[in-house]
Design a binder for this molecule. Structure first.
Ligand SMILES: Cc1cc2nc3c(=O)[nH]c(=O)nc-3n(C[C@H](O)[C@H](O)[C@H](O)COP(=O)(O)OP(=O)(O)OC[C@H]3O[C@@H](n4cnc5c(N)ncnc54)[C@H](O)[C@@H]3O)c2cc1C
Length: 386
């Protein structure tokens, strides 16, 4: 049942909203978390949690249970069919988590929810926020069915098409182009590729990511010109034949899940407008190149939970600190996309460059550090967890 009043209302129980609530719970603050879905989704979606994010999640007691459920990838390799162009080592990262953790988003959400429940929190479902009135004391959020909740702070963790962002009148700029189109699937595959690493195939037709998941399936993600509405195993077999290993081709033997999606590069004009705060996909979206999206959202969430617990003076700091970090990640993801989609005349040069970088261990370590998502330590005081 929705309360009439709450201090913090978190709209959206995806990874971002759950992590905000969990961080607040660690500070002894109970947030009201709502989601329009009756049940959490069971699909795998974002499948990698990087070392920099695990370091941050460690503070809210989540890194160890995630690491126990995920698959640890020691390396990331960039390939042109059978040729390895570049190997990026995660096992040398200066971290307690020297790997990229492969784990389905549904599992990540389940771990966050279990921990929130253990701390006495819960998600109220299904409640869809449909209206928002702002006044001097905070905000009143309206829900389908006519219910209303007065809150001092409203956290928009409601994803890319955020209603909170829209109702607060916060811009979400970006190019008017149709965005990049992606196909993805979790498949069972007969393959000779190493299962301790993620492979990125660069090909004339576009990139293909091959990532092993803990349940024995392999996540395939590829950019395509025109994605079929209901992608089938044969679509992914064709992508593997076109872009994957040639000497010992992969053979798909089954498909657990598939989807398509389109992504624009967008960022909210501000992360704070009065009592409204944005985090996660509600604040930024970009291509999945480098697997940065959910990771950035999780790190936003912990920073926002800390700032809300510290008091109103910390919230402008949250907005001022986090937006430039998102700009940087958007630039990085766009750069990776450009590298992967280099025009045919530039590809030999690109491949040569990648092989040259491959011969320089410090350069390879720098790329690993960048992918791992370590952020500069905030100079702002953090409230002590209770
Ligand atoms: C098919 C698919 C594949 C993806 N693959 C990748 C990938 O490979 N790598 C990657 O980095 N990212 C990927 N993503 C993106 C990744 O899932 C997001 O970055 C991540 O989920 C963002 O988390 P979030 O909590 O900010 O938002 P979301 O996960 O979108 O959560 C928002 C929540 O808000 C709820 N909500 C929305 N509106 C309302 C409302 N009005 N009232 C109440 N509740 C509301 C929704 O039900 C939802 O539960 C993928 C996404 C999809 C859909």
């Amino acid at each position: 049942m929705l309360p009439e009043r709450t201090d913090v209302l978190v709209v959206g129980a995806g990874p971002t909203g759950l992590a905000v609530a969990l961080t607040l719970a660690g500070h002894g603050v109970t947030a009201t978390v709502v989601d329009r879905l009756a049940e959490p989704p069971v699909t795998s979606r974002a499948a990698v949690v990087h070392a920099g994010t695990l370091e941050v999640l460690d503070r809210i007691g989540i890194a160890a249970p995630l690491a126990a459920r995920g698959l640890r990838s020691a390396r990331f390799s960039v390939r042109d069919r059978d040729r390895v162009l570049l190997t990026v080592p995660f096992d040398r990262l200066p971290s307690r988590y020297p790997y990229a953790l492969l784990i389905s988003q549904a599992e990540t959400e389940a771990v966050l929810t279990d921990r929130l429940t253990a701390l006495g929190g819960r998600v109220l479902r299904p409640y869809e926020m449909t209206g928002l009135d702002l006044d001097g004391d905070g905000a009143v959020a309206c829900f389908d069915g006519g219910r209303a909740v007065r809150a001092r702070w409203i956290v928009g963790a409601d994803g890319m098409r955020s209603r909170v962002r829209e109702l607060a009148g916060i811009g979400f700029g970006g190019p008017a182009d149709p965005g990049e189109s992606f196909l993805l699937a979790d498949v069972h595959v007969d393959s000779a590729l190493p299962r301790d690493q993620v492979s990125l195939f660069l090909s004339r037709q576009g990139p293909l990511v091959w990532a092993p998941l803990p349940d024995g399936t392999v996540r395939l993600v590829a950019t395509v010109g025109d994605a079929p509405r209901d992608p089938q195993a044969h679509h992914f077999q064709a992508l593997l034949d076109e872009r994957g290993p040639a000497r010992r081709p992969d053979r798909i033997t089954g498909m657990a899940w598939s989807s398509r999606f389109r992504i624009h590069h967008r960022i909210a004009s501000t992360y704070r407008s009065g009592p409204v705060l944005l985090a996660g996909d509600a604040a930024h979206v970009h291509s999945p190149a480098g697997g940065q999206g959910m990771n950035l959202g999780l790190r936003d969430a912990v920073a926002l939970g800390d700032a809300l617990a510290a008091g109103p003076q910390a919230l402008d700091g949250y907005a001022a600190d986090r937006r430039p970090l998102a700009e940087e990640v958007l630039g990085f993801a766009a750069g990776l996309t450009r590298l992967a989609a280099a025009p045919p005349p530039l590809r030999p040069l690109r491949n040569l460059l990648l092989r040259a970088v491959s011969a320089l261990p410090p350069a390879r370590r720098r790329i690993a550090t960048r992918l791992a998502g370590f952020e500069p330590a905030s100079s702002r005081p953090r409230p002590r967890p209770r």
